[in-house]
Structure formats: C-alpha cells, structure tokens
Write a new protein. Structure first.
Length: 82
C-alpha cells in the first residue's frame, strides 16, 4: 500500500509530516486530507477564530500530488436598533 505525507499549514503554523500514512490511492489520500482540514476548521469555531488550513499531500517520492485548502471565517451581523 502506498504511503502519503500530509504537510499542514494552519494559520502561521506549519507542520511537516515525516511519518506519513498508508492509504490505498491518491483519491484516498485526498479524502483524508479534506476530512482532516475540515475537522481542523470545525475545531477552531468554538474559539471564534478564523481558520485557514492547507494540507499538501506528498507521495512516496515526496512529490506533491494534492493540495486541499479550507478557509473559514465567521461574520456576525448585529441587528439594527429601531
């Protein structure tokens, strides 16, 4: 089974994946990256933080094969006083 590496950029924090994960295919690696990016964004919501997450997926040759980017911002509009 091929090994893929998931490098994460979350805001100003970058984490390079040196261990990797064995998954069936590039499609499966893309799914895992999208799931992880969405989860990271969701976890930031209770803090009221905007979240920009990019996960770059590299293959066994360490070549980038997929990039998943999630940007989440929350805008709250207060009702006008009458």
């Amino acid at each position: 089974m091929p090994r893929f590496y998931f490098d994460v950029q979350a805001g100003t924090r970058f984490t390079a994946d040196e261990v990797g994960l064995e998954v069936d295919s590039v499609d499966a690696a893309e799914y895992e990256a999208a799931r992880a990016a969405a989860e990271m964004g969701r976890d930031q919501l209770p803090n009221g933080d905007a979240c920009n997450v990019t996960i770059a997926v590299r293959d066994e040759r360490r070549q980038q094969v997929v990039t998943v980017r999630v940007a989440m911002e929350v805008y709250r509009n207060e009702p006008a006083h009458r």
